[in-house]
Design a protein around this ligand. Structure first.
Ligand SMILES: [Zn+2]
Length: 221
């Protein structure tokens, strides 16, 4: 007997916090709105929420329009991703993520062979997998693969249990401070990197330092 609740087969009507609503378009800034102030990127008319507590600028989004009921599930709303990831909240509902003592926090990720999630020792140094998907709560760990078409059919899924995953940096658009007209390059920028003053961040990234890989299902299985 299955204890998994029945859910709609498709996403329709389901709300996923980390995904943008259709009207929430990313507004990649360009001059003259984007400028350099005190040696770092700034926005003309910058608002309080435009930077995080470390002073990193975040990608602005158009607000959700009243009556917009469609979400783009394959995409990420960067500002919500940052809050969910920073607070280890469920990426679907925003409730506290599942944490099991001794196992860690539950992440439901697109399918990944276990060795790609585990730390690797290279030339005497540990190299860790980087992750931008926020974790999930107990309910969505169980039900995510059922209703998420992308995980179920397209990408497959892997459960990772993570005991230690410090915030390690951001993924974002890196600008040339000497020439803001140049198209920015999307890159991972670690904490402490001087390029943090030249980045418009899109996602908060954690480094998976103590991981065990749980159940998984490759795409198409
Ligand atoms: Zn949840």
């Amino acid at each position: 007997m299955s204890e998994v609740p029945r859910l709609p087969d498709e996403f329709a009507g389901l709300q996923v916090l980390v995904a943008p609503w259709d009207s929430e378009r990313a507004l990649l800034p360009a001059p003259p709105r984007l400028l350099v102030r005190e040696g770092r990127l700034a926005l003309r008319g910058e608002a309080r929420g435009d930077r995080d507590e470390r002073g990193v600028l975040w990608l602005p989004y158009a607000p959700r329009v009243d009556g917009d009921t469609r979400q783009r599930y394959a995409e990420v709303h960067g500002r919500r991703q940052r809050l969910l990831m920073a607070r280890l909240r469920c990426q679907v509902c925003g409730r506290p993520s599942l944490h099991v003592p001794g196992r860690g926090t539950a992440y439901l990720l697109p399918y990944a062979p276990p060795e790609t999630l585990l730390p690797v020792r290279e030339a005497g140094e540990w190299r860790y997998a980087l992750e931008a998907n926020p974790p999930v709560c107990a309910e969505h760990l169980r039900t995510g693969p059922l209703w998420c078409d992308g995980l179920r059919r397209v990408r497959g899924w892997t459960v990772a249990w993570v005991l230690r995953a410090p915030v390690s940096g951001v993924q974002g658009y890196v600008y040339d401070l000497d020439d803001l007209e140049r198209p920015p390059v999307l890159d991972y920028v670690p904490r402490g990197d001087p390029r943090l003053g030249a980045v418009v961040a899109v996602q908060l990234v954690r480094s998976l330092e103590r991981v065990s890989v749980g159940e998984s299902c490759p795409p198409g299985a």
